[in-house]
Design a protein around this ligand. Sequence first.
Ligand code: ZN
Length: 179
Amino acid sequence: MKRTPLMISAVMASSLAVMASATTAEAASRPAIAKSILNHRGISLATTHDSGRPDKANAKQNIKDTAAGRKAKRSHYGTAPGGSVTLNKTMLNSMLKLNTAKRFTFRVTEVAGGSHSRGSKHYAGRAFDVGTVNGKRVSTSGAGYNNAKKFMRACRSYGAVLVLGPGDSGHSTHVHCQW
Ligand SMILES: [Zn+2]
């Protein structure tokens, strides 16, 4: 098929539009996204671990450090390797949009901290856990189950490559979204 100048400009316009939207999505810096997460009351960030081990690797401190332009700390107990990691920007953007666009209120229980399975993507700064969605604790039945399933679908819609929750081994009380 022969392309007319009009068709070529239409193709250019559509590729420019794609470029523009990609630029917009990446425009906010990692610290700016983290600050926004801290400022949205619908996103609650845990200051402790389920293990009860206090450290500077809890979810709130991970996001505070990121907001300050620092790496997020990992725990160093169980299989956790210690040290620190840069949080994945798509994960941070998705966490924010789950509240601002998808209108979920939720509690993040872990980001880079805590002890998970060996080699967990939490340690790579690419996963977060959620224990409560829209005021209901994640569970295997009732609203806690239904809300968790909706939240899991929303994570997938933002490109999460691994999403686990009620029905998956070890995830009856929390949702894991990983990029
Ligand atoms: Zn997890």
